[in-house]
Design a protein around this ligand. Structure first.
Ligand SMILES: Cc1cn([C@H]2C[C@H](O)[C@@H](COP(=O)(O)OP(=O)(O)O[C@H]3O[C@H](C)C(=O)[C@H](O)[C@H]3O)O2)c(=O)[nH]c1=O
Length: 186
């Protein structure tokens, strides 16, 4: 166990919450948001990241639930401004947690990160007025094989923290996401 990283398991067996040590002082704080050696030591994983992504979203924006069928991407995700409810759905047919979902609040305040292995559907709902979402991926963007699982499929039953009467702010692609039954799986 790395002295600088706290790893917590989730209801999906290989989805991990990663919490880096935050060093506070009279000026503010410092943290190593990613350290390859510490990450490997704390998780036992050997992953190489090839792309960093950064998105800005307004409150109640919901992006997802996305995955790539080819060039599948492992993701290490975090929030640097505001807060989001980050969700992962297990779409691996041979997984003991197939069909299960996990949701965790990631925020600039809690410094929590989520490690999401490849072949999982991922999305998030913005809880704060705005949010900035950063993540590292283990493979490159491959739009031609992108798929989207519907955010509100009753079979998956994700319990999004949406206030009554509020509809999520989504693009057309995500609004037309596959139902659980129709969604391509691994
Ligand atoms: C993902 C991506 C997008 N783009 C371009 C394509 C579009 O012109 C524009 C917005 O793309 P999109 O609407 O797919 O962005 P998100 O809805 O934030 O997509 C992401 O949302 C969920 C939460 C994920 O986990 C995925 O990493 C990713 O699918 O950025 C790129 O140029 N490179 C990229 O890697």
């Amino acid at each position: 166990m790395s002295s600088k990283l706290q790893i917590t398991s989730t209801a999906i067996h290989d989805v991990l919450i990663v919490e880096p040590k935050v060093f506070g002082d009279e000026r503010g704080w410092f943290t190593e948001s990613f350290n390859a050696l510490d990450f490997a030591a704390a998780t036992g994983l050997d992953v190489q990241f090839v792309q960093d992504n950064h998105s800005f979203s307004r409150q109640w924006t919901l992006r997802g639930l996305h995955y790539q069928l080819e060039q599948t991407q492992g993701k290490l995700v975090r929030v640097v401004a505001g807060s989001v409810f980050d969700v992962v759905v297990d779409i691996r047919k041979d997984s003991p947690t197939y069909g299960k979902w996990v949701g965790v609040e990631l925020s600039a305040q809690n410094h929590k990160q989520m490690w999401i292995p490849a072949k999982l559907a991922h999305g998030f709902l913005v809880l704060s007025e705005t949010a900035e979402f950063l993540y590292k991926t283990t493979n490159y963007y491959h739009p031609q094989s992108e798929a989207c699982l519907a955010w509100n499929d009753p079979t998956v039953g994700i319990d999004w923290p949406l206030p009554a009467g509020i509809q999520p702010n989504m693009n057309a692609k995500d609004t037309a996401g596959f139902s659980w039954d129709a969604a391509p799986k691994f």
